[in-house]
Design a protein around this ligand. Structure first.
Ligand SMILES: Cc1cc2nc3c(=O)[nH]c(=O)nc-3n(C[C@H](O)[C@H](O)[C@H](O)COP(=O)(O)O)c2cc1C
Length: 402
């Protein structure tokens, strides 16, 4: 067998998840907050086209970043919301066009908790915190007890409009990642203390979502292998989380890292040049046979194939590579070892790289990515002014008073 035939074979192999659903190949578009909803939580034509482009481009599964389960705690005003009062027809269109070509399309169920977007929310995490660079209120016992139902309702909307699965976001410093992290979670009740207690709300959410969606609907989860933060989730605790998840009905565990806590390293900036979390995946594999997806730092087809070849990784998650080339899955699946041409930014300002990639996502959604060429400063300006305008819309739609 030639090298390219081996490549083709490994990446092209379908995989059946524990719930019975089959993902046609091993390349997954990892969640990215696309900021393309309409400012009122509804899907737009640009968003529909964006996910259709990735489905045309050959991915086995696309995950829509930051789809909010509760409009009170969004990550951004361009997020989708899965609640009563949202435009279900547009969501149906999104689910249907994003799943052409046999692709799966899953919304990532998000709740930003203490990191929710300040202009349109009153951030609330597991515990009240008042640090130099960060402040949030703490959730009451009643508010915590309502979370499983909130996630289950959102999952049911997703299922009803035709999404083919959901992912629970428990990474990157947002609410469920805050519960896991000793830095955010100082609770004295059954949801704080040991890692088993800090993970309890996640298990309750998984169980409630499973009861709602039934046995054959895929439920994935994204977790951090570490927060890369002093006092945050350690690798040992993250492995304990894997052990706990192994006893749940989760179908796919995505391994990531980093946090959007002010000043922390985000998930798209790993320590190494190659894929970031392969060693952690090898340790996790010893603890579970639930399919594992690793996201972060993949730049070449060889890296993707080698990772699958270790036996520790079942799916390769790609984010930035699929923004630079939405067709990269088709290239790699057919043995064309095309390397995405990652831009190099010198001393980028904070948030600049995310703004640049997000503006390129918008260009893909309007089929204008061919000649995309903007400076970081201009990307930041467009990104921030669009969010600024949407904050007003969000407040009006959801009746948020100052
Ligand atoms: C513009 C942008 C937005 C992102 N938004 C999300 C998100 O909404 N949810 C999430 O779990 N990860 C998000 N991420 C992180 C990616 O899913 C991924 O974990 C990270 O970029 C590392 O993968 P990569 O090296 O392939 O880019 C985002 C990344 C980028 C670049």
């Amino acid at each position: 067998m030639t090298n390219s035939a081996i490549f083709e074979n490994l990446l092209n192999h379908s995989l059946q998840l524990p719930c019975g659903a089959v993902i046609k190949n091993r390349l997954v578009k990892s969640a990215m907050s696309d900021s393309l909803a309409d400012g009122e939580g509804n899907a737009t034509n640009a968003q529909v086209r964006l996910y259709e482009r990735w489905a045309e481009g050959g991915v086995g599964l696309s995950i829509i970043g930051e789809v909010q389960v509760d409009h009170r705690y969004p990550e951004k005003p361009g997020n989708l919301v899965l609640e009563k009062g949202i435009d279900l027809d547009m969501l149906r269109t999104l689910a249907s066009r994003a799943s052409i070509n046999g692709a799966h399309i899953w919304p990532q169920l998000g709740h930003a908790g203490g990191l929710s977007h300040l202009p349109i929310s009153k951030p609330k995490g597991p515990s009240a915190l008042n640090l130099d660079n960060f402040e949030c209120a703490g959730m009451s016992d009643v508010e915590v007890s309502q979370l499983p139902e909130i996630y289950a309702k959102a999952a049911m909307i997703a299922k009803d409009v035709g999404f083919t699965g959901i992912q629970i976001h428990a990474g990157h410093g947002f609410l469920l990642s805050q519960f896991l992290s000793p830095l955010f979670n100082h609770r004295q009740d059954k949801y704080g203390g040991s890692i088993v207690a800090r993970c309890k709300i996640i298990v309750e959410i998984i169980d409630k979502v499973r009861d709602a969606v039934g046995d054959s609907f895929p439920i994935g989860i994204k977790i951090n292998s570490t927060d890369q933060l002093e006092g945050g989730l350690t690798q040992e605790d993250a492995l304990e989380v894997i052990r706990i998840l192994d006893n749940t009905s989760i179908d796919l565990i995505e391994l990531s890292g980093g946090s959007y806590f002010p000043g922390a390293k985000p998930s798209s900036e790993g320590a190494s040049n190659g894929p970031y979390f392969i060693e952690f995946a090898a340790k996790a594999r010893c603890l579970t046979l639930i399919p594992l997806m690793v996201t972060g730092g993949f730049k070449t087809c060889d890296q993707a194939v080698e990772s699958l070849g270790t036996g520790a990784v079942d799916f390769v998650g790609l984010a930035r590579a699929l923004v630079i080339n939405p067709n990269i899955a088709n290239d790699w699946l057919t043995g064309t070892n095309n390397e995405p041409d990652f831009p190099k930014f010198k001393a980028p300002p904070s948030g600049g790289i995310t703004a640049w990639y997000t503006m390129l996502l918008s260009a893909i959604g309007s089929d204008n990515d061919g000649d995309f060429n903007i400076e970081l400063s201009s990307a930041i300006h467009h990104y921030e002014s669009r969010d600024y305008a949407r904050c007003a819309q969000w407040k009006e739609k959801f009746s948020i008073n100052e």
